[in-house]
Design a protein around this ligand. Structure first.
Ligand SMILES: [Zn+2]
Length: 165
């Protein structure tokens, strides 16, 4: 039988969370009308770094914090159905995709499974350029509203955010 240690620990944490839960009056519309696209990196605590509370912003996360097709899907919902009108894109130092090699990763998976795959992982060599590319795409994407789009780089060594572009 699988070790349920982590699973049970998380459910116990949720029990404690629910006991003091006081956010039941919120609606799905983020109170600050913000949408944030950020890397999934475990060191980047988006809400804590920006002083945001539950209910104040949409936080859309993936590997790299890249403006992928699914991020754009989420932003369309965020803007059209839930009224957000400002976007922040947050990359960070030490990202797992920084200096990674898409081809090598695809080859490793193909070797392990025998199946060719066409996924783009979005490896990049320049953090600022990667953030700027996502910012530019979101500023000009035909399905997104013309709202302010800001780029930020989070420094995992200091916790500081730096404006990009
Ligand atoms: Zn990252």
């Amino acid at each position: 039988m699988a070790d349920r240690g982590e699973f049970d620990r998380l459910l116990a944490e949720n029990e404690r969370y629910a006991e003091s839960f006081d956010r039941s009056a919120l609606t799905a519309v983020p109170l600050r009308n913000l949408a944030i696209v950020a890397c999934m990196d475990a060191r980047v605590d988006v809400e804590a770094a920006l002083g945001l509370r539950t209910g104040e912003a949409h936080v859309i996360r993936n590997a790299g914090g890249l403006a992928t097709e699914d991020v754009i899907r989420s932003l369309i919902v965020s803007q059209q159905l839930l009224g957000t009108d400002e976007i922040f894109v947050i990359g960070h130092t030490g990202c797992g995709l920084l200096g990674a090699d898409d081809d090598a990763l695809r080859e490793r998976l193909t070797a392990a499974t025998g199946e060719a795959l066409e996924v783009r992982f979005g490896s990049f060599d320049d953090l600022e350029a990667s953030i700027l590319a996502s910012v530019e795409l979101l500023r000009t994407h035909p399905w997104l509203k013309r709202v302010p789009v800001h780029g930020l780089a989070f420094d995992v060594a200091t916790g500081r955010l730096r404006e990009i572009g």
